[in-house]
Every structure is written in structure tokens, then in C-alpha cells.
Design a protein around this ligand. Structure first.
Ligand code: FAD
Ligand code: SF4
Ligand code: SF4
Length: 425
């Protein structure tokens, strides 16, 4: 279908969340002729997938799927993207929703060439949220090296300071605009798809697993960043306390998931994520010992089962069926002792390792702050799809824990549901 064709009658679609699910819904709807507004709160699109080193089971880098989607978005005049944007209010009924979108200032306009001169000139440093605070970046920054849109961001922290002057002077392209203000825009759309995704469960809430107390205990998403070439260690997996190359690593599965005190449900992906993580470690450390403490290992479907079987062939990966009861730090070395009870033999295990990775699960983003719309949630904060009422739908991990393939399938289905709302209006 030609891109210059006018949008189909029946109104437009709002997609909230520019992760892999929101991108899929947007593209599926726009490429059959509908006008789509895509609203993303981060300064870039791609969501959590852009923080991964590789995807299972094929182990290709996230650029594989994301770059092609970004190109399709760029080429499609029916898609209007708002980054650094959040929904303030949605009122109305299927076929006609009034939406207020709040846009935060980026302080950088379309002229930005990503030359990086502003970052060079800026002296203030801020925590790098993309890398879970494991490093600092300048307050004038590109969120990550494959960010789309490829435009710098300036932190409001430096407004009115000498750093702001330095950045302005450094920019040869007239791309910095400190007069940008927060603003609200209003739209009318026929259907809304919420693709607001997930957050890693806050591991510091799990009292017995030592996260935040012992530096050599990290989360699975932190490991993704450590192993990524655009991460804080340029891709080298080093333990945080002393940058040592770890010779032994333990994974603690179901860290917070399947636990009535935390997330009562299975997060679906974290067994596969840890199996994938063993390949990251093996690539860099051929002899490292890897211990996986699990309650059940879930590798659903033929492809994932095959992946699991391949990992099991590695003689230096030890699978221990047992729930981890406690962890402690060996003062002086920074090593960690993991204590668990072997569920098969009943014996108590004490395993010393140099680093621990907590396989923390997914919590729906909407669990923290409910969205400003008339939506139904289950007890865990996932949005329930009310197909009878229609008009607003949840896609991907906003609806349930899912991998990329299932998120995409679900997001395609929700594009169709949104289109049906417009057609029936
Ligand atoms: C450790 C780990 C490793 C993983 N590895 C793999 C893997 O190898 N292969 C695989 O298939 N899956 C993997 N997954 C799962 C994968 O991350 C998810 O399937 C995927 O992120 C789902 O995409 P999503 O778009 O639904 O959510 P997200 O990726 O969370 O995207 C949601 C987007 O919505 C935005 N947003 C949230 N709230 C708002 C709001 N109010 N307004 C505007 N924007 C908002 C967010 O900023 C984000 O950009 C892994 C998960 C974990 C925990
Ligand atoms: S804002 Fe200006 S100086 Fe900074 S990266 Fe963009 S073009 Fe370069
Ligand atoms: S996917 Fe595995 S680690 Fe994650 S909650 Fe389910 S069983 Fe536990």
C-alpha cells in the first residue's frame, strides 16, 4: 500500500508505550491505512528490549528487530510519534476518546546531528538510568547509542547553570533550545491500545537475597547491561565490587516471583533469560562455574526446550533444584555464600560464588501508578482486556508476562481489535 495514501475513515488510534508491543500495534495499524499516535514516556523507542544484549532463542541483538521497525515508522507518514510524553487523561467511549498528552521538554530540537559536542562541554554528571545507575553520564546525553529518535536530551538539572551556557556555546547547529516548556496537547481518537509494558521487580524488597546490601549481587537486567557492548563495562562481565573477572556465578531463579509476599505469579521469561545469560558468561569465561538454583525450570515450547537441552550439555553448569533461603558476604573477598536446601536430596547446600544474579521477574508498569483511563486490572496490576466493552485494549506485557514473540502476536491482535472499533463506530 502506498505510504502517501490518506488515512482510512473512522478515526485514528492512540498507542501508549513504544516498546516492542507498542511498535508492533502501531505499524500493523498504520500499514493498513490508519492514522496512529504513538506516545512514549522515555526519550527513545524500543522499551526494555533495547536494554538486552541479545534475544533468546536465536541470540540476535535487539537491533535486528528494532532497527527495521524504526525505519518503517520513519517511512510512514500516518504515524506521529511523541517521546518524553505521558497521557494525562482519557475520557470518552469506544469510537471517540478525548486524550490529553503531556510533553516534557527535551531542550534539543530537530537540528541535532548527535555530534556530541554538548556532552563534551557539559561538566555535570547524572546517573545512567538506561544502565540501572551502574555508571554516570553527562547531563547532555544520548540515552544509548542506537536511540531512536537519534537526538540528544538535556537534563533539566542544568537549566540556569554555567553548564547550560557551555552546552549552548558548544552546539554549532542551533539545536539547543532552553525555552522549550512542558505542554499539553489534546487529541480525539477512536481507539486506544495500552502497551505500557513492565518494570523489573524491585529486588531490594526481597529481604533474604541481599540486593542493595552486597555489591556482587546484581539483577538479571543489570547483567544484560553489563554484557552489552554499549553497557557500563563495554560488554565485559565484571563483578561490581572490584571489576574482577568472575570464576563462579550463581543464578537465583524466581527471585520475588511465585512468592505471595512479592509477585505471586510466574514471570514466564526469567528461566529462559538465565539460560541465555549462561551463554553470555560462557562466551567470555570458558571455565567459569555456573550454578542455577531453581524451583521449576520453565522453557515452554519446542524451541525453548531445545535451547535448554543445549545449555544442559555444558558440564560446568550445575542445576540445583532448591529454593535459596539466604545469602551472605564473605568479608574480605566480597564473595557470596548461597544457602539452599536441595529439594531432591533434602541436604543443605552452601555454595560460595564470586557473583550472584537474581532472576527477578516482571511487574506491570501500571501496578505502580494506575493509568488515567477507565481500565480494569487484575490483582497483580496487569490490564484486563474487556472485549465486550471494547475501545481500549492492552497489548504485550501490560496484559501479561510475555516474551517478545508472544508480545508481538498479542500486539498484532490488539491492532486488529482497535481497527474493528473504528470500523464499527
Ligand atoms: C532479564 C530479561 C531478559 C529478557 N530477554 C528476553 C529475550 O531474550 N527474548 C525474549 O523474547 N524476551 C525477553 N525478555 C522479555 C521482553 O523484555 C519482553 O517480552 C518485552 O520487553 C515486552 O515488550 P513490551 O513492549 O510489552 O514492554 P516494554 O518493553 O516494557 O515496553 C513498554 C514501553 O512503554 C513505555 N511506557 C510505560 N508506561 C508508559 C506511560 N504511562 N506512557 C507512555 N509510555 C509508557 C515504557 O517506557 C516502554 O518503552 C526478557 C525479560 C527479562 C526480564
Ligand atoms: S544538541 Fe547540538 S551539540 Fe548536542 S549533540 Fe545535538 S547537535 Fe551536537
Ligand atoms: S520463569 Fe522461571 S524463574 Fe521466572 S518466575 Fe517462572 S519459574 Fe520462576
Amino acid at each position: 500500500m502506498a505510504n502517501n495514501q490518506a488515512a482510512l475513515a473512522g478515526g485514528s488510534i492512540l498507542v501508549v508505550g513504544g516498546g516492542i508491543s507498542g511498535l508492533t500495534t502501531t505499524l500493523e495499524a498504520a500499514e493498513v491505512g490508519y492514522e496512529v499516535f504513538l506516545v512514549e514516556k522515555n526519550p527513545y523507542l524500543g522499551g526494555r528490549v533495547s536494554q538486552l544484549k541479545q534475544y533468546f532463542p536465536k541470540l540476535c541483538p535487539p537491533t535486528c528487530g528494532l532497527e527495521i521497525n524504526f525505519r518503517r515508522i520513519k517511512d510512514n507518514p500516518r504515524i506521529k510519534v511523541f517521546t518524553m510524553a505521558e497521557i494525562e487523561k482519557v475520557d470518552g467511549a469506544p469510537g471517540s476518546y478525548n486524550v490529553a498528552i503531556k510533553l516534557k521538554p527535551r531542550y534539543v530540537n530537530e537540528n541535532c546531528t548527535c555530534c556530541g559536542e554538548c556532552a563534551e562541554a557539559c561538566q555535570t554528571e547524572i546517573s545512567d538510568e538506561f544502565n540501572f545507575g551502574m555508571n554516570k553520564i553527562k547531563a547532555a546525553y544520548l540515552p544509548h547509542n542506537m536511540a531512536f529518535p537519534a537526538k540528544y536530551v538535556i537534563s533539566p538539572q542544568i537549566i540556569g547553570t554555567d553548564d547550560a551556557k557551555r552546552c549552548l556555546e558548544a552546539c554549532k547547529y542551533d539545536a539547543i533550545d532552553f525555552d522549550m516548556k512542558e505542554k499539553v496537547i489534546n487529541l480525539n481518537v477512536g481507539a486506544v491500545v495500552w502497551a505500557t509494558g513492565w518494570e523489573p521487580y524491585d529486588a531490594s524488597k526481597i529481604d533474604n537475597l541481599g540486593f542493595g546490601t552486597y555489591p556482587n549481587i546484581i539483577t538479571n537486567m543489570m547483567l544484560e547491561r553489563l554484557a552489552s557492548t554499549n553497557g557500563p563495562t563495554n560488554g565485559k562481565i565484571l563483578r561490581p565490587s572490584d571489576d574482577k573477572e568472575p570464576e563462579s556465578i550463581a543464578f537465583v531463579q524466581c527471585a520475588g516471583s511465585r512468592d505471595e509476599n512479592h509477585l505471586p505469579y510466574c514471570s514466564y521469561v526469567c528461566c529462559m533469560a538465565s539460560l541465555k545469560h549462561t551463554t553470555y558468561i560462557r562466551e567470555q569465561y570458558p571455565d567459569a562455574k555456573i550454578y542455577i538454583f531453581y524451583i521449576d525450570l520453565r522453557a515452554p515450547g519446542q524451541r525453548y526446550e531445545k535451547f535448554y537441552k543445549k545449555i544442559k550439555e555444558d558440564k560446568n553448569i550445575f542445576f540445583i533444584k532448591g529454593k535459596v533461603a539466604e545469602v551472605s558476604e564473605n568479608t574480605g573477598t566480597g564473595d557470596i555464600t548461597v544457602v539452599a536446601e536441595n529439594a531432591v536430596t533434602g541436604e543443605k547446600i552452601r555454595q560460595d560464588v564470586e557473583m550472584v544474579v537474581l532472576a527477578t521477574g516482571m511487574q506491570p508498569t501500571a501496578a505502580g501508578a494506575k493509568l488515567p483511563a477507565d481500565l480494569k486490572y487484575n490483582e497483580d496490576g496487569f490490564i484486563i482486556n474487556d472485549f465486550e466493552q471494547g475501545g481500549m485494549f492492552a497489548a504485550g506485557c501490560a496484559n501479561k508476562p510475555a516474551d517478545v514473540v508472544s508480545s508481538n502476536q498479542n500486539a498484532t491482535g490488539m491492532a486488529l481489535k482497535a481497527i474493528q472499533t473504528l470500523v464499527r463506530r
